[in-house]
Write a protein that binds this ligand. Structure first.
Ligand SMILES: Nc1ncnc2c1ncn2[C@@H]1O[C@H](COP(=O)(O)OP(=O)(O)OP(=O)(O)O)[C@@H](O)[C@H]1O
Length: 253
């Protein structure tokens, strides 16, 4: 299974934001989208999720994704998870499978939702109202909701932005495991280049809504490319048993 993106173009009014982007996202892999503020990462994810109009096409294993398929097969977690609600944490996760909910909860569904919460260490929060948990916990709840939908393609906009270091690693380890074992296609926008290097299979560098680099971290995260993409001077190090490390030194230009 491969997500094929062909000639994807997004415009707000007269302004084109994503310019005729082509790409292939293979099954079981995490693709990280990197790029400076305004590069088009969120816009690309939202277009793929069918939340904003786009031109071009997307297909899964050769079959075009219709509007109805898109809702069933693609799950999206936005950058902003600040929505207010007095629903409990477990209820918010259950909403991920709204289509399966009726007057009675199907047998086992709540247990499955609880197991998804437990992936991120949140089971003890299940009865707490969403309004009464922290920003990082909230991000984890919406991540659990997106996963609970059991999508074939999971799109995440900066999924670790609100998380402490332990939870950043835990979430990305879990996601990598899920991608590999379930063959899920995961695309995520990230600002932390070291986490992108450590956990993604492939990195796409966006600049001005265009793909300016794509490939494994060792090819994309080079000092020359970092200078072009982010306007920074950086040192990049890698030794045998440690992941590639980007050390930003100064802003240039
Ligand atoms: N609703 C909108 N109407 C008009 N322009 C928009 C809208 N949303 C985003 N843009 C513009 O589209 C461009 C890409 O924005 P986008 O949010 O995709 O960037 P990003 O790479 O996700 O940035 P960040 O890292 O800051 O989240 C920016 O120039 C932004 O100003």
């Amino acid at each position: 299974m491969t997500l094929k993106i062909t000639n994807l173009t997004v415009a707000y009014g007269q302004t084109t934001i994503i310019h005729a982007l082509d790409d292939l996202w293979p099954t079981g892999q995490i693709t990280a989208l990197i790029g400076c503020n305004g590069a088009g990462k969120s816009t690309l994810l939202q277009a793929l999720a069918g939340l904003i109009p786009m031109q071009g096409s997307t297909s899964l294993s050769g079959a075009p994704i219709s509007a109805q398929d898109r809702h069933r097969t693609i799950s999206y977690m936005p950058q902003d998870t600040s929505a207010q609600s007095s629903l409990s944490v477990l209820e918010v996760v259950l909403l991920g499978r709204l289509g399966s909910l009726g007057l009675r909860l199907p047998a086992g569904l709540a247990d499955q939702a609880l197991a998804t919460l437990d992936l991120f260490g949140l089971a003890t929060l299940q009865s707490r109202p969403l309004d009464e948990i922290s920003g990082g916990q909230r991000q984890l709840v919406f991540l659990a909701q997106a996963l609970f939908r059991q999508p074939r393609v999971l799109l995440l906009d900066e999924p670790t932005a609100a998380l402490d270091l332990r939870h950043q690693l835990l979430v990305l380890e879990r996601l990598r495991h899920i991608a590999h074992t379930h063959g899920m296609i995961i695309g995520m926008a990230m600002h932390d280049l070291n986490l992108a290097a450590q956990y993604s299979d492939r990195i796409i560098g966006l600049g001005g809504g265009r793909k300016v680099a794509a490939g494994p971290a060792t090819e994309v995260l080079t000092p020359d490319r970092l200078r072009i993409m982010f306007g920074i001077e950086a040192r990049v190090t890698q030794s045998e048993n440690t992941p590639l490390q980007v050390v930003p030194l100064r802003a240039v230009g």
